[in-house]
Design a protein around this ligand. Structure first.
Ligand SMILES: NC(=O)NCCC(=O)O
Length: 390
């Protein structure tokens, strides 16, 4: 069996009747595919780019116009080699990214998000500081100029997750996402709130937890729709309060640019971003890298395993979930791809009106719990079985 088949490939190979039942149970009502230009698809085959496009369902409302936008996720391998000279790595990577962004534009995307730290290999496993040389400023410099030009060319909002060098703050390094509007202007940046300390993800050697809260960016799409977007970077997807905070600040779509490997998180992948969409009545866009990145020197991870030069396979499988839990099929586990999803942002309010999680959330209950928990004198609220009492 092809090791890169995923659950939907298996579901798709079933007889129609069974496929429909399983699909409904796993992913909600089946999403509609968007017809794509066959010439475009064959051009993309030559470039080894998978393009999938879907449309989420949403009811028409009597008093509000639909607010339809196409949101896109890009997942890709590191196109260069981590052993190549740094300038060459950037050149090859940006060339490949140009093809992927052009693909999203050709499929009519209004907002596109790239994967976590797209400008570099996922170097943090090594703990070597030489890679800091590849960090770039968010608002200016090579990555910003490149993304700004692409945003302007395609009149597309672009979310560009980078390894950031903050020159104004003593050259510190951060894991950030820069947001550019459809005119190519820098809108702002946001940083990673939760830094992993698991497996080979040794990111605390490079940067610290963000202190900028949960900013939500209100952006104007080229079709006139205003969308409110948040960016929950990678490891933050394991933290429900992180998702909640973007949603409380008004996010309608929360992107989750990630880099995560099969031995570690794959069983969690299809659950977490989808659950966050349901719990917060938002669209979520989970994006993961693909491929295996081999570094020039061995590293260890304090887990008693032998030294190694790669940290496993990034399994892609990027997908989108709607506020009502309906989700798209994922992109491939192994190939570069672009996932375009047409959504009506009105579905957020429709879902809230139906389920009322926004009304039943009991904010004050959890405010009080967290307040107590954060105090040094915190005593857990436990009731002990008398049989256990001495
Ligand atoms: N990039 C990153 O935060 N990865 C951590 C591993 C995971 O969250 O699955």
């Amino acid at each position: 069996m092809n090791q890169h088949r995923n659950v939907l490939d298996v579901v798709d190979s079933l007889p129609d009747e069974q496929r429909k039942v399983l699909y409904r149970e796993l992913y909600g009502p089946e999403v509609e595919s968007i017809e794509l230009d066959t010439e475009l698809i064959s051009r993309l085959e030559e470039k080894e780019i998978e393009l999938k496009a879907y449309k989420m369902q949403c009811k028409l409302e009597e008093l509000r116009d639909p607010r339809v936008v196409r949101i896109a996720a890009i997942q890709n391998k590191f196109a260069s080699s981590p052993s190549a000279p740094f300038a060459e790595q950037w050149q090859i990577m940006s060339q490949r990214m140009a093809e992927l962004i052009d693909t999203a534009a050709a499929a009519g995307a209004h907002i596109v998000c790239l994967q976590e730290c797209w400008t570099t290999a996922f170097v943090m496993a090594t703990r070597e500081k030489i890679w800091n040389a590849m960090a770039v400023p968010a608002a200016y410099g090579p990555a910003a100029d490149f993304i700004s030009a692409k945003a302007k060319e395609h009149r597309m909002v672009i979310l560009s997750p980078i390894l950031e060098r903050d020159e104004a703050h003593a050259d510190t390094i951060h894991n950030a996402t820069a947001i550019f509007n459809a005119a190519g202007q820098f809108v702002g940046k946001t940083r990673k709130n939760h830094i992993p300390r698991v497996g080979d993800f040794n990111e605390a050697n490079y940067y610290t937890e963000a202190t900028d809260g949960h900013p939500v960016f209100e952006v104007l799409c080229s079709n006139g729709v205003v969308a409110r977007i948040g960016v929950n970077i990678c490891f933050g997807r394991h933290h429900p309060l992180n998702w909640l905070s973007y949603s409380l600040n008004g996010a309608e779509v929360i992107f989750n640019p990630s880099a995560t490997t099969d031995g570690l998180s794959e069983p969690l992948w299809s659950i977490e971003a989808r659950n966050a969409a349901i719990a917060n009545s938002v669209y979520t866009v989970a994006i993961n890298r693909v491929g295996t990145e081999t570094f020039p020197r061995e590293f260890t991870s304090g887990d008693m395993k032998p030294a190694h030069k790669d940290f496993g396979h990034f399994y892609g499988s990027s997908y989108v979930t709607a506020p009502n839990g309906q989700r798209t099929p994922g992109l491939s586990r192994a190939e570069d791809g672009v996932l375009v999803t047409e959504v009506d942002l009105n579905l957020q309010r429709q879902t809230r009106d139906a389920w009322m999680f926004n009304v039943t959330m009991r904010g004050e209950l959890y405010r009080d719990m967290l307040q107590k928990y954060c105090e040094a004198e915190f005593v857990p609220q436990r009731v002990v079985d008398p049989a256990l009492k001495r």
